[in-house]
Design a protein around this ligand. Structure first.
Ligand SMILES: CC(C)(COP(=O)(O)OP(=O)(O)OC[C@H]1O[C@@H](n2cnc3c(N)ncnc32)[C@H](O)[C@@H]1OP(=O)(O)O)[C@@H](O)C(=O)NCCC(=O)NCCS
Length: 448
């Protein structure tokens, strides 16, 4: 047990190193919903961000202020009218809106100061009034015209954390109330940020709340872990008309990725360590939309052999997989494939050609920390497709403890004499492995 814990810790440290070097000098933009500022872990969240900044990751904060603006306007008996999702900032209300927006930005600055991080509340947002739309005068409500990249970059180069209140100014200095979501999107695009976070106060993409297409990668709590651009679009289409605010964030995340941000995340900010876990672990705890290659199954390289042996080691010790050495893997390198997430190998498998149109699927192993994420099924499916491409007509597997899994995926128990002669000769009668096979004649892949 201690050994497993130890391995898990080492794996985690490796992942952290990997991501730390990957994100060094890169920019992460965080839009933080106002209610999160009142969550018990919020000071810890800012402490984490201050630490990230100190390690060389550029952090930009865009706090939402909607609920605080509402409270301040109420306090000063000022009306605030909404058209669809847009607040009309009247001449009377704009001073209070400005006050509330800067108040929120100040709260972040104060906390960052306590954690020895230098920050700047800046006027980096050029704005333009929304004007009169379909007969509605939006007065002092505006939209982002552009982000002033140069001064912003100078601030970042000095190691500071820029904070964006939800206010922008036109060239003459007139202030407009802006949407923080829009600012965050514009900043991420202007700086081609590595990541954009929407830190929300909701549970995220649980399958209980949304119509979700089949085949998505989910974590054990039922939350969607990641979505490609196509999958994100599919979720939006399936849930069109659903007013759940998480869908708004998904839409923004999709836009951000299309506009050049590598990855956009929707994360429940009420969870302790949410941002660190989402940045530094392949598993994360939010939902990530990714526009680039994130995961892939590919042939095993020589440099992967150590990782593959590490995956198989505990399973070989338990007798679940037969023993293989580095030399065994070297000599059959072309048979092996790995499942890689962000440069880290998390699963493996092999297809050995035994002639007579038959191939053996072997050495399928998933990192236990990444179980139930369909990696095993995807590796198996990849190997079956590989067998079909190699014009094999049948694949078989020898297994002692994974019978149900293969049966569930369409494999059927088969007798020893149905195996190619070469395999029959080497069958280990003492091990008593059961034999399961999948006929490939009319089949292109396994059951999903
Ligand atoms: C079998 C194995 C590859 C599955 O990997 P995985 O990535 O977790 O699998 P998937 O996500 O595709 O499928 C998970 C499902 O398989 C089932 N499953 C996992 N291991 C199983 C086993 N040993 N027996 C029966 N079913 C199993 C789980 O119940 C799970 O269902 P759920 O997600 O609905 O709860 C993995 O558990 C493993 O590495 N096992 C040890 C090595 C091994 O047995 N290899 C096969 C012999 S070559």
């Amino acid at each position: 047990m201690d050994e497993i814990k130890h391995r898990e810790q080492v794996d985690l440290i490796r992942e952290v190193f990997y991501y730390q070097s990957r994100f060094d000098g890169k920019t992460i933009v965080l839009k933080i919903d106002y209610p999160i500022l009142n969550a018990p872990h919020f000071p810890q969240l800012l402490k984490d961000l201050a630490m990230l900044r100190a390690t060389g990751i550029e952090i930009i904060l865009v706090p939402g202020a909607k609920e605080w603006i509402d409270a301040v306007l109420k306090e000063y008996d000022t009306e605030s009218e909404w058209v669809k999702d847009v607040r009309i900032a009247t001449q009377d209300s704009i001073p209070f809106i400005r006050m509330a927006a800067f108040d929120v930005a100040n709260r972040l600055m104060t906390l960052l100061t306590a954690f020895q991080a230098n920050s700047v509340i800046g006027n980096f947002t050029r704005a333009r009034g929304l004007g009169v739309v379909e007969g509605v005068d939006f007065q002092n409500t505006g939209r982002v015209e552009k982000i002033l990249k140069e001064p912003l970059q100078q601030i970042l180069d000095q190691g500071m954390i820029p904070i964006f209140p939800c206010i922008g100014w036109n060239a003459a200095g007139k202030p407009y109330n802006l949407s923080s979501d829009e600012i965050a999107l514009a900043v991420a695009e202007a700086l081609q940020a590595e990541k954009l976070f929407f830190v929300t106060d909701s549970d995220g993409f649980m399958d209980s709340r949304f119509s979700l297409p089949p085949g998505l990668v989910k974590n054990s709590d039922g939350r969607v872990a990641r979505l490609s651009l196509e999958e994100a679009q599919e979720v939006l289409t399936l849930n069109a008309g659903n007013p759940d605010p998480d869908l708004k964030y998904l839409d923004l995340a999709l836009k951000a990725c299309k506009n050049g941000t590598e990855r956009a995340h929707v994360v429940d900010g009420r969870m302790e360590g949410a941002i660190l876990r989402e940045i530094f672990s392949n598993l994360g705890i939010g939902t990530m939309v990714y526009g680039n290659d994130y995961e892939s199954i590919r042939p095993m390289k020589t440099t992967d052999i150590g990782d593959v042996l590490r995956l198989m080691q505990p399973l070989m010790e338990e007798g679940i997989l037969i023993k293989r050495t580095e030399d065994d893997l070297m000599s059959r390198q072309g048979d092996f494939v790995v499942y890689e997430i962000d440069g880290v190998v998390h699963a493996c498998g092999a297809l050995h050609d035994f002639g007579q149109g038959q191939g053996e699927i072997a050495a399928i192993a998933t990192n236990p920390n990444y179980a139930h994420l369909s990696m095993g099924r995807k590796i198996l499916s990849y190997l079956v497709e590989k067998a079909v491409k190699q014009t094999m007509t049948r694949v078989f597997v020898l297994t002692t403890r994974t019978v149900d899994w293969f049966e569930q995926l369409g494999f059927v128990e088969a007798p020893l004499d149905s195996l190619p002669e070469k395999k029959q000769q080497t069958y280990n009668h003492a091990r008593k492995s059961r034999i399961f096979a999948l006929e490939l004649k009319d089949r292109k892949t396994i059951k999903s």
